[in-house]
Design a protein around this ligand. Structure first.
Ligand code: G6P
Ligand code: MN
Length: 446
């Protein structure tokens, strides 16, 4: 089986390859093809993968393709994990928004809209190339903003593209852990959009275990989301929010903390990446050990300013290990390739699964997966406050898609202006001006 990874120079690639190395089943991935617009970065990552494969006799073969089409030919699965504009682009997304006093973050608020506007045209082009060159391949989209990008690609590929994120599974795992239940045996009643969802229940053998957590402030204060949001707010919501909702519920505090920070997350990661690639310029440098050191630093500092603003302290050791993306991706690939039914929280067109949104709207809900793809499971409606946010943000995503389709600056302004975390149309206009000035990838907006 052949797996193509677009964004093959991406930093989290070794997590995926590590998961593949642990798979010795029949029908496993035997060939990995990397493609990255920056061939040097793909080559550096290939060195890390070679270190990982040392001593593993059935390690999947890794090759680096020279062009997108070449990488896609013969692919059974395509992981799309690109970052349009690179870390520098992310840093600019964050910086421009923060300078206007609104949230500058990779996927949420103004920063996420700018990232979406840059990424949608590129993702659509990839989808068209897949449809042409590898029409039978399944595309698993990791590219952020994942819900929006998956919706853009699904307009070309239909049900052949499935979006994934590690945050719902991470949340369900943490809640399972504090409740002392086996996460594999638990059914998460999770619903919303990507990075905008709520865990309303956790069913084990027909029983909802979540009320036990909601009733116990000490338990609630003992894991990441509990510390970020505080037991009292979680009890008021009656659900555990995805960590990304911290940007909504504590917007003022996070914006203040992000503005006070010496550099943005993107700028920090840019520096980290530069250090990594500089180290690997030495052909004798230990690629895997260098990568692992950089990775540990990255994981430990994830959402550090939010945790600081909330007084949440350090991340739990258990949250620092991997087990996010790569596990979901592998489980998804297996379920499809071996027609082995699995339930995973994924990003797919809702087809009515989440009442209140149209059929084509990509939502993040539990899905039953088999050889025919991911089938969203109907969930109970969200309460009004949550549905209000979901509808507002989906409307923003649709403005981004319209702006990209028509090259329309006016629709881009609407996308920013309609976002709940952008507080003025004037600010939205200035954001479009400032983003088009720094991002060559937005030159298409007229
Ligand atoms: C989580 C989210 C991803 C996001 C990442 C950012 O894993 O689910 O969608 O890209 O965090 O982490 P970073 O280390 O890049 O700030
Ligand atoms: Mn995510």
């Amino acid at each position: 089986m052949r797996l193509t990874i677009l964004g093959g120079g991406g930093f989290r690639l070794p997590l995926v390859y590590g998961a593949l190395l642990g798979d010795h089943e029949k029908g496993r991935v035997t060939d990995v093809v990397l493609y990255d617009v920056d061939g040097r970065r793909a080559a550096a990552m290939a060195r890390v993968l070679a270190d990982q494969a040392a001593g593993v006799p059935d390690a999947p073969r890794v090759t680096v393709a020279g062009t997108l089409d070449e990488s896609l030919r013969g692919a059974d699965f395509v992981f799309s994990a690109i970052r349009v504009g690179g870390a520098a682009g992310r840093a600019a997304d964050e910086r421009v928004a923060l300078a206007e006093g609104v949230l500058g973050q990779e996927t949420v608020g103004a920063g996420g809209i700018a990232y979406g506007l840059r990424t949608v045209p590129v993702a659509e082009e990839i989808a068209r190339r897949v449809a042409e060159v590898a029409p039978d391949a399944w595309v698993i989209n990791f590219t952020n903003p994942a819900g929006l990008v998956t919706e853009a690609m699904s307009r070309v590929l239909g049900g052949r593209v499935i979006g994934i994120c590690d945050s719902p599974v991470g949340l369900a795992r943490r809640v399972s852990r504090v409740l002392g239940v086996d996460p594999e045996a638990a059914w998460p009643d999770y619903a919303g959009l990507n990075h905008l969802g709520w865990l309303r229940g956790l069913r084990v053998a027909g029983r909802d275990e979540l009320p036990r957590l909601l009733a116990d402030p000490a338990l609630l204060g003992s894991f990441e989301e509990g510390r970020l949001f505080g037991p009292e707010w979680i009890r008021s919501l009656g659900a555990v929010p995805n960590e990304y909702l911290h940007y909504y519920y504590f917007n003022r505090e996070t914006v203040a903390a992000y503005r006070a920070a010496e550099r943005t997350r993107g700028a920090f990661l840019q520096e980290q990446q530069d250090t990594f690639h500089r180290a690997l310029a030495d052909p004798a440098a230990p690629a895997l050990a260098t990568w692992d050191r950089v990775r540990a630093e990255r994981e430990a500092s994830y959402m550090a300013h939010n945790r600081e603003a909330a007084g949440a302290g350090e991340r739990d050791a258990a949250d620092l290990e991997s087990g996010g993306y790569e596990r979901v991706a592998l489980a998804l690939m297996r379920a499809i390739a071996h027609d082995r039914r699995a339930t995973l929280v994924l990003n797919v067109p809702g087809r009515g699964a989440l009442p209140g949104l149209d059929a084509d709207a990509v939502v993040e809900v539990p899905c039953v997966v088999d050889a025919n793809g991911a089938h969203p499971v109907a969930v109970s409606p969200l309460p009004d406050h949550a549905m209000g946010l979901v509808c507002a943000v989906k409307a923003v995503e649709r403005e981004v898609l319209a702006a990209a389709a028509g090259g329309s600056r006016a629709r881009a302004v609407s996308a920013f202006a309609l976002h709940p975390l952008v507080d003025s149309v004037t600010v939205a206009r200035r954001l479009v001006d400032a983003y088009t000035a720094v991002h060559p990838g937005l030159a298409y907006l007229r």
